[in-house]
Design a protein around this ligand. Sequence first.
Ligand code: HEC
Ligand code: HEC
Ligand code: HEC
Ligand code: HEC
Ligand code: HEC
Ligand code: HEC
Length: 396
Amino acid sequence: MSNNIYLKMRKSIILIPVLLLCFSFVFQSLQAQNTPPPEWAVCAACHTIGKGKLVGPDLKGVNERHDKEWLHSFIRSSQTMVKNGDPVAVKLFEENNKIPMPDNNLTDEQIDNILAYIENYDESAPAAAPVTTTATEEAHGEETTFEDAAPGLKGHNKYGPGDTKPTFIIFLILIFVALLDLVFFKIIKARFIHIIIILVSFFVVGEIVYVEAKALGRQEGYSPDQPVWFSHKVHAGQNKIDCLYCHSSAMQSKSAGIPSVDVCMNCHNVVKNGKKTGTEEIAKVLDAWNSGKPIEWVRVHNLPDHVWFSHAQHVNAGKRECHECHGQVETMDRIVQVQNLGMGWCIGCHRTTEVNFKENNFYQEYVNFQEQMKSGERSRVTVDEIGGNNCQSCHY
Ligand code: HEC
Ligand code: HEC
Ligand code: HEC
Ligand code: HEC
Ligand code: HEC
Ligand code: HEC
C-alpha cells in the first residue's frame, strides 16, 4: 500500500550497507560504466541530469555549484539548513516555490556514489533509462482505472449539458393521459385533439432520445468538476512531470489509466501546500491516503461500449502524441475533451496518417507494401490501407 518515499528508503537502508559490503567489487565495476546507484531512484522522481527541471532543479553541474560538505548536509536534510538560515539553501528553497526536498537517510558513501553518478553522467548515453523506469514502475505498482476506482462511474455522463429529463417525463405522461382518455374516459369528445397531443408528444420525446443518444460519447467541450482540484497545468505544465509518470499504462495497454493515491503521495507526503488552493485540496489527497479510500475521479473521455480503442496501439505502435487527441493538456487546470471522439474523427485520421512501416516488424506480413516501398513505387502507407477503417477493427 504505502509507496511512501520515506518508508521505501528506510527499507532499502537496511539492505544497502549489507549489499555494499558484499558486492563492493561488483559495485565499482558498475560505477565504471556509470550505472545509477540504487539510491538514485528516489531522487529521479524529482530531478533529472541535463534534461531540465522537474519538481527540483536539474542536477547537472551540481558538484561545481556547491562544495562537497554543503551537498552532503543538504541532501541529508535540506530543511534543517533552510531553518538554520543557510543563505544558499534558503535561496534555492525560495526559487523552487518553497517545495521542501524530503530528508534522505543516507551514508556518506551513498551520497558520494550519487554525486559521482551525477558528475560522470553522459547525457547522450541511455544509461539512466533503467533507473527511471524502475522508479516509475514502482510508482505505478497499484494503478487504478476508473472502473476500479469508482465502480459504476463509466457512463455517468449519459445526461449531457442541460437536463432534459423533466420535459421527457411530462410528454410521456401526456401521451399516456391522451391514450387513456381516447380509449376509456372519453372526456374530450373531439378525437383529433388526442391525435395532435400524441403526435406532438411523440415528436418531442423522439427528439430528446435522439439528442441524448448522440451526446453519449460525443462530449466535445465536456469538463466535469472533479473531487479534488487536480491541475494538469500545475503538474504537467509548471512542474514538467511526464504524462507517462502518471499514465504509464498508455504504452502497454488499452487504457492509459488514472494514477492511484500512492503515486500522488510520492510527492505529497512532502508537498503540502499549493499556490492556488493552499492546503485545502492537498489535504483531500492525504485523507484519501490515510483512509485507504480511492479518489473518485469523474471520467471525461468515454467511447460507447461497442467501440474498441487501444492506447498502446496509438501511442506505442502508432507513435501518436497525447496532444493529437487530447489537446494541450499541460495548459489545462481542468481537463476538457477537445475532440468529439466520433467515428468520422477516427476514420479521418486513419485516412491521412502514415503507419510507421519501416521500424515496425509487426507489418512484415504486408509483403506487397514492403516491396513497393523498397522499389520507390509507393512512399507511404496509411492506416486505412492496413485495414484500420474496416468496421470490425473498431467494432466488436
Ligand atoms: C520530492 C522531490 C525531491 C526528491 C525526491 C529529491 N529532491 Fe532534491 N530537490 C528538490 C527540490 C524541490 C529542490 C530545490 C530546493 C528546495 O526547494 O529546498 C531540490 C534541490 C536539490 C539539490 C540542490 C540543487 C541545486 O541546483 O543547487 C540537490 C543537490 C538535490 N536536490 C539532490 C537530491 C538527491 C541526491 C536526491 C535523492 C537522494 C533528491 N535530491 C531527492 C526536490 C526533491
Ligand atoms: C501527476 C500525475 C499526472 C500527470 C503528470 C498527468 N496526468 Fe493526466 N490525469 C491525472 C489524474 C489524477 C487524472 C484524473 C483527474 C482529471 O481528470 O483531472 C488525469 C486525467 C487525464 C485525462 C482525462 C481522463 C478522462 O477522464 O477521460 C487525460 C486526457 C489526461 N489526464 C492526459 C494527460 C496528459 C496528456 C498528460 C501529460 C501532458 C498528463 N495527463 C499528465 C494525473 C496526471
Ligand atoms: C489516437 C488518439 C489518442 C491518443 C494519441 C491518446 N489518447 Fe487518451 N484517449 C483517447 C480516447 C478515444 C479515449 C477514450 C477511451 C475509451 O473511452 O475507451 C482516451 C482516454 C484517455 C484517458 C482516460 C482513461 C482511459 O485510459 O480510458 C486518459 C487518462 C488518457 N486518454 C490519457 C492519454 C495520454 C497520457 C496519452 C499520451 C501518452 C493519450 N491519452 C493518447 C484517445 C487518445
Ligand atoms: C512528482 C511530484 C508530484 C506528483 C506525483 C503529484 N503532485 Fe500534486 N503537486 C506537486 C507540486 C510540485 C505541486 C505544486 C505546489 C505549488 O503550488 O507550488 C503540486 C500541487 C498539487 C495541488 C495543489 C495545486 C495548487 O496550486 O493549489 C493538488 C491539489 C495536487 N498537487 C494534487 C495531486 C494529486 C491528486 C496527485 C496524484 C494524482 C498529485 N498531486 C501528484 C507535485 C506532485
Ligand atoms: C491522430 C490520428 C488517429 C486518430 C484520431 C485515431 N487513430 Fe486509430 N490509428 C492511428 C494510427 C497511426 C494507427 C496505426 C497504429 C500502428 O502502427 O499499429 C491506428 C490504428 C488503429 C487501429 C488498429 C488498426 C489495424 O487494423 O491494425 C484501431 C482499431 C484504431 N486505430 C481505432 C481507432 C479509434 C476507435 C479511433 C477513434 C476513437 C481512432 N483509432 C482514432 C491513428 C489515429
Ligand atoms: C476507426 C474506427 C471505426 C471504424 C473503422 C468504424 N467505426 Fe463505427 N464508430 C466508431 C466510433 C468511435 C463510434 C462512436 C461514435 C459516436 O458515438 O458518435 C462509432 C459508431 C458507429 C455506429 C453507431 C452510430 C452512432 O452514431 O453512434 C454504427 C452503427 C457504426 N459505427 C457502424 C460502423 C460500420 C458499419 C463500419 C464499417 C463501414 C464502422 N462503423 C467502422 C469508430 C469506427
